[in-house]
Design a protein around this ligand. Sequence first.
Ligand SMILES: *Cc1c(COP(=O)(O)O)cnc(C)c1O
Length: 227
Amino acid sequence: MSEVADNLALVRQRIAAACQRAGRDPSGVRLVAASKTVGPARIAEALAAGQKIFGENYVQEARGKAAELPGATWHFIGRLQTNKAAQAVKLFELIHSLDSARLAVELDRRARAAGKVQEVLIEVNLAGEETKAGVPEAELGDLVRRVSELANLELRGLMCLPPFFDQPERVRPYFIRLRRLRDELRESSGLALPELSMGMSGDFEAAIEEGATLVRVGTAIFGRRGR
Ligand SMILES: *Cc1c(COP(=O)(O)O)cnc(C)c1O
């Protein structure tokens, strides 16, 4: 087996074990292989090993890879610029990082032109970090209302990218917070909001224990970036 296939098998085992600990059905957790900076050959190894969903941070980079790798499904997990909305709608099944009404309106317009209903998650900036993307908690309810009024967007849930800690237990409170916000929004909006995109290589097991339905894992599959 290739190194990527070995790593994938291990990540899948860890996902299954976390599901078991949490009493969850493993089919309720989808693995998104975060493939920014990873070349098409290594992504092809993951595809050959049964990995279907790849998460990309840059539209241009993803376009090139998608052209070379038919059969893969692409999710957008980076910061999306409004002027890339049209290309993003063409390429991505799910956009994890919607964080403003302006971007929502543009995605909706471009989705309508493409004859598509674009699935999106709203990214929440839980720690109020100035350098990070995501809508502040205080503005989340408003943005949910705006997005739910747009006919060509389907809001599927929430995403977070918490501050980095090397101990998963320090990140866990953010995962719990995101799930609670989702639960509250479900009550107040009546939307189903089934998806929670949270957890990366260092902490995806804790995220699954707290309800993640999409985990975005790069390093644990492809090795350290920049090799
Ligand atoms: C790169 C990236 C990941 C994956 O991070 P790893 O620590 O390599 O698993 C997850 N989410 C986002 C938004 C990323 O940019």
